[in-house]
Design a protein around this ligand. Structure first.
Ligand SMILES: [Zn+2]
Length: 277
């Protein structure tokens, strides 16, 4: 690959470039350097091969639960995280910028990029699978940025809640929900499918059978039991069913034209038009 100022550089594992190359971005991850090439090409308007619609709920115990009952386990990076902690302790005892300090530091950086790779890989696999199988995927419109910056709270709120929330934030961040939403969005655009976003309020407290809404319906982190009609199910599955129902309502209101998503090729910048019920 010919790069300005650097000249010819050897590359490994590159894909064939289709269309006209528009620009190249060079980035570094751990000890590796990467080149991303943005291309422009005309492609026919795709039609999604499937006609199904699915609701997907984000959770802590299960990474993603689907309205059809399927689910994906959380991403496990405990092994790497524990190792990083151990190395960081060793690092603190070394003299800053000494040869041994540098060696240890490089090891830690490598582990961090390994974690990022595992997460990235898992989210790609799940989003590819979902996008291939479902024409419409309904997600909660979680404002990740708002959720993650508010955990420090003020003097009054400080205490137990802050700690719990910080834990949940870490998990959400760790599992890259925002990245997942972006991946689904552009993959659906490639396949001619759609991502519909719905209001996340009370999706885990509302009964899918009788519509009774109460925090008491959520008897534990995992169980849902309706206090009015006795409907019982896994709480995350209930969440996904409610998300799907809200998605149906959005589409039934004839707003489907508004939910047309980002054009293919815009990658992670793509942001679907938000639809709320
Ligand atoms: Zn009920």
């Amino acid at each position: 690959m010919f790069l300005p100022k650097l000249g010819w550089v050897r590359i490994r594992g590159g894909r064939n470039i289709c269309g006209t190359a528009k620009n190249i971005t060079i980035s570094r991850g751990g000890k590796h350097w990467f080149a991303s090439v943005q291309v422009e090409q005309d492609i026919p308007e795709p039609t999604h091969p499937s006609t199904t619609m699915v609701g997907a709920d984000l959770g802590v115990k299960r990474l993603i639960t689907l309205s059809n009952g399927g689910f994906f386990e959380p991403i496990d990076t405990n092994k790497q995280t524990a190792k990083i902690k151990r190395l960081q302790k060793q690092l603190s005892r070394k003299k800053r910028y000494s040869e041994n300090w540098k060696k240890l530091n490089a090891k830690i950086t490598l582990l961090h990029s390994k974690i990022a790779n595992i997460r990235h890989d898992t989210l790609h696999k799940i989003s590819t699978q979902l996008s291939k199988n479902h024409a419409i995927i309904v997600l909660e419109d979680l404002k990740i940025k708002n959720m993650t910056k508010s955990s420090k709270g003020n003097a009054e709120q400080h205490g137990k809640m802050v700690k719990q929330k910080a834990g949940l934030n870490r998990v959400i961040l760790n599992q890259g929900w925002g990245m997942f939403k972006a991946m689904l969005t552009y993959k659906q655009a490639w396949h001619g499918g759609e991502v519909v976003l719905v209001d996340p309020k009370h999706t885990s407290q509302t009964c899918p059978e009788c519509d009774h809404k109460s925090p008491e319906n959520r008897v534990s982190q995992a169980r849902f039991l309706c206090k009015k009609c006795g409907y019982e199910n896994n709480a995350d599955h209930v969440g996904a069913l409610n998300i799907l129902a809200r998605g149906h309502r959005v589409l039934a209101c004839g707003e489907i034209g508004n939910s047309q998503l980002a054009e293919a090729g815009t990658g992670f910048e793509s942001d679907p038009k938000v639809l709320l019920v």
